[in-house]
Structures are given as C-alpha cells and as structure tokens.
Write a protein that binds this ligand. Sequence first.
Ligand SMILES: O=C(O)CCC(=O)C(=O)O
Ligand SMILES: [Fe+2]
Length: 209
Amino acid sequence: MRTPVNDADINVEPYHLDEHAPLWLWRDALQPGLLDGLLERLCEQLPWRQPTVTVYGKRHLTPRLTSWQGAAGIRYRYSGVEEEARGWPDCLEPVLRQVEHLTRHDYNSVLCNWYRDGQDTMGYHSDDEPELGPEPWIASLSLGEPRDFVFRPKPAGRQCLSLTLPHNSLLLMSPAVQHRYHHALPRRAHANGSRINLTFRWITPRTHS
Ligand SMILES: O=C(O)CCC(=O)C(=O)O
Ligand SMILES: [Fe+2]
C-alpha cells in the first residue's frame, strides 16, 4: 500500500484498527487564511437538503443536513437520493487542494454533512459503494463542534475505537477501514454547537448512464 504520509510531516498521528487498517489524523489541517470564516461560508453558500429515509416502512427526515459537491457530472447515491455535482464551488476548491496535499490522494467529490447540534447523527455504515472503486480512500475534514467518531468490525462487532474529531482536523481512512469496519457519529446530548464534516472521495466517473 502506498503510504500517504510524508515522513517530514510531524503533524500527523497514525492509528490502526488492525495491522492492515490504518488511519491518520492531522490537527490544524487548514492554514488560518483558509479556515477563517469557512464554516459560516459553507453554511450560507452550499445548497443544503434534508432527505427522507424509510425505516421499517416509516418515513423519517435524516438527522442532519447534506450537500453533494464536486467536479461537474460526478454522481452519487446516498440516503435514497441521487445527485450530480455541478463543479467545485469557490469556497471548497482551496480546501480540496490542501486536503489532497496533506493526504497525497486525489478526490473528485465531497459529501458535506451539517450536524446542527448533538442530536444530529450518522448511523453505522461504511463508504464502499461500487462507484468508490475497490480501494476507497476517504479524507474527512471536521469543522466546528468536536464530536466522537466510532468504529466497529463488520458485520456488527463491538466498538473498537473512538476518536474525538476536533475543529480543523483531517482524518484519512485507508481502504481496509471501509472493507472491514463500520463507522458512525453517535448522538451526544452535551454537544450544543454546530459541526460540518466534509468527506472527500474519488468516484469513478461514469462513461455512460
Ligand atoms: O461526520 C462524520 O465525521 C462522518 C461522515 C461520514 O461518515 C460520511 O459522510 O460518510
Ligand atoms: Fe462514512
């Protein structure tokens, strides 16, 4: 496996779910000039939606807001909706460059999630849909309220790692993390602040639809 970590990068912390499933966490991922006002710009400038999902025959609003962005024409299905990106918005393009620079991987899209407070969550899942290809590298940038991010082995093992993701941190997950583990963002009653998380992905562009 090509390690994404630059030996000279002393700001990265390595973690392992097992010896073949590494993750890396950068603190202070974005420089102040990039970070200043970014959370507010994302809230105001991205088109946010709250899809409905059907669970056991009942319709529910997803417990967070979502926006799909990226290179024009890149499509993704999530929470029962299919969306097509229209080109990188100005507020995300420099962020993409810095995430690519730190992680040494390329991304053509990003799923943005806005957790309005500690009641907003994401349930256990993995990001390994076919359009992410056999080797999905996912880079996850967190802004705003710190939240716990937890992992468990598939299909439904016990929680094996919890990482608190602080403001301006970047977590890079290797493909085995998606192949062999689920991850989730649990509800946290004491978390009052808003958080935006950006998961940068490479989607295999479709040659026909
Ligand atoms: O909000 C997070 O930290 C995780 C988001 C996530 O897992 C996803 O977008 O697939
Ligand atoms: Fe995920």
